[in-house]
Design a binder for this molecule. Structure first.
Ligand SMILES: CC(C)(COP(=O)(O)OP(=O)(O)OC[C@H]1O[C@@H](n2cnc3c(N)ncnc32)[C@H](O)[C@@H]1OP(=O)(O)O)[C@@H](O)C(=O)NCCC(=O)NCCS
Length: 115
């Protein structure tokens, strides 16, 4: 395991916070972070009814800001006291597939099964 990706669903209004961590530095810049976010977002869209994602990112965390901006997140709020900002992206199944066709077509996302 080199890291994790998490979704925090705070209400049932179709919104969720997403975060990703590729903790193993030697595993960075290989596409893992991007793929993990896309897979998790697709799961949320298809199985949890999520339409709006947000990410809270430290203002000095340029790697993360670049990653989320590249995926289509826009800054919506600055929180200077914590030196962090909130980024947001609204999407649906159709626009997500159009935008990430190449990445999504290789994924098979199924419902969560508790082992
Ligand atoms: C931010 C973070 C998640 C990025 O993960 P990652 O796996 O390195 O991300 P990716 O590899 O998908 O993308 C990073 C860069 O590598 C590039 N890249 C992807 N695949 C590549 C490849 N095969 N060859 C060369 N470069 C590649 C991407 O284009 C991207 O370039 P850019 O930064 O110039 O835009 C990771 O650096 C991290 O965990 N940082 C610390 C914790 C953190 O910030 N967490 C976020 C809190 S929300």
């Amino acid at each position: 395991m080199v890291g994790d990706v998490n979704l925090f669903i705070s209400n049932d209004c179709g919104e969720a916070e997403i975060e990703v961590m590729v903790a193993e530095k030697s595993a960075r810049k290989c596409g893992i972070g991007t793929e993990a976010i896309i897979a998790m977002m697709l799961y949320g869209i298809q199985h949890l009814g999520i339409k709006k994602y947000f990410a809270v990112i430290g203002d000095e965390n340029q790697d993360s800001i670049k990653l989320f901006s590249r995926l289509g997140f826009n800054k919506v709020k600055e929180t200077p006291v914590f030196k962090e900002s909130t980024y947001q992206m609204t999407t649906n199944n159709e626009t997500f597939h159009q935008r990430f066709y190449k990445e999504v077509s290789a994924l098979k996302i199924g419902p969560y099964k508790f082992l």
